[in-house]
Design a protein around this ligand. Structure first.
Ligand code: SF4
Length: 375
């Protein structure tokens, strides 16, 4: 296991962090997974107020001695609140569930909207309680996680209230590269959310994608894409069972620059994208937004790009199904809500027939309604 400095927190974190979102149900599995993670060199465990029994299970593991407090850094996440009183109570409740005197890191969980940012910036808002907790030692470092737009993330980083950011950024979604750059200018730690699942459902990659990535697995290639960037501190890995830790951690020491073979595999992915989509390829420039019908056109067409180029239909259905079903965690209407207003058309530098592509994506990816895994 390799370790990297987590920005200005100056913590030295393992390049993989244990995310505890998925083992909500069983205390025993939670404790076994935590023990194995620590044995394999993970020193950062992440939970959240919103992850069901996850905080209690982690607190149980600490109380039982199956993980020693001084072996791990613990992050929990608490949603933004409009007032300091609720946040004050939430911090104390998390500490109690976790059996801890202090949190190494507290993340504002899901700073997803401009209203959340207003709460964070308000003098008597949630950060007032967070800063009190920093002063009296209940919290050592403060960051935020986000599913928001690039513009919102940049604005949150620019408040200078945070020491780290927990962000979506993967080979198949590089929109937030500019946020990572800005965070680095501020010497913030960079913590990547769920590269295996949100990054493309890569545990169950389609055979076409596997063939293009061969001799690497798609999961491995995505991890290497991230780990070869020394400015990224740590990637979350969220196993449902201890066994699911094994494959990701096989490459926990592979943090050097990309090899020639890896560069060629990534080039094959690029070539396939261009060849299979031809003139219908959405370049992800985001110039078509805002959409009057509140359709996240670039995200819909990103899912189409991946489904057409690599058969990532299952991933596309999973993410597309969250539109209209996951609130501010995955905002936007489904693509069939488009009208013929045509506002996006002159803005698209690729001259895409956006309404036709939206319709086609809806037909390919409409399926059952999705929801978040927790909450
Ligand atoms: S303007 Fe065109 S290329 Fe750019 S994100 Fe929108 S649809 Fe894609």
């Amino acid at each position: 296991m390799q370790y990297r400095r987590f920005g200005k927190t100056n913590l030295s974190l393992s390049v993989f962090s244990l995310g505890t979102m998925r083992y909500l149900g069983s205390k025993e599995v939670a404790q076994q997974t935590i023990s194995l993670a620590v044995e394999l060199g993970i020193n950062h465990i992440e939970t959240a107020r919103g992850y069901g029994s996850s905080e209690e299970h982690l607190g149980g593991a600490i109380a039982s001695g199956s993980v020693s407090r001084d072996q791990v850094y613990i992050t929990t996440k608490i949603p933004p609140t409009p007032d300091a009183t609720s946040m004050r109570r939430y911090i104390n409740e998390s500490l109690e569930r976790l059996n801890l005197d202090y949190l190494d890191c507290l993340g504002i969980h899901g700073l997803n909207t401009w209203e959340h940012l207003d709460w964070v910036k308000a003098e008597d808002g949630c950060m007032h309680a967070v800063q009190e907790a920093v002063i009296d030692g209940r919290v050592r470092h403060v960051g935020f996680s986000t599913h928001g737009s690039l513009e919102l993330i940049l604005a949150a980083i620019n408040t200078d209230l945070f020491e780290f950011v927990n962000i979506h950024y993967y080979y198949f979604f590089q929109r937030h590269a500019a946020a990572i750059e800005r965070a680095l200018e501020k010497d913030m730690g960079i913590f990547i959310i769920s590269p295996a699942d949100k990054g493309g459902k890569l545990y169950t990659a389609p055979s076409k994608l596997q063939e293009i990535c061969h001799p690497f697995t798609p999961l491995e290639l995505n991890y290497r894409f991230l780990l070869s960037n020394s400015r990224i501190t740590t990637l979350s890995v969220g196993p449902a069972t201890p066994e699911e830790l094994i494959e990701p951690l096989r490459i926990a020491d592979s943090v050097d620059k990309l090899t020639q073979d890896e560069i060629e595999a990534l080039q094959r992915l690029e070539n396939q994208l261009s060849l299979s989509l031809g003139a219908d390829k959405c370049s992800q420039c985001y110039a078509c937004l805002p959409c009057p019908e509140n359709i996240n056109i670039p995200e819909v067409l990103r899912l189409r790009n991946l489904a057409v180029a690599y058969d990532m239909t299952d991933y596309g259905q999973y993410r597309y199904g969250m539109f209209e079903n996951a609130g501010h965690w995955f905002p936007g209407m489904k693509a069939n809500k488009f009208t013929e207003c045509g506002e996006c058309l002159p803005k698209c530098p690729e001259n895409l027939d956006i309404p036709t592509l939206l319709y086609d994506t809806h037909e390919q990816l409409k399926g059952k309604a999705g929801r978040r895994l927790w909450g």
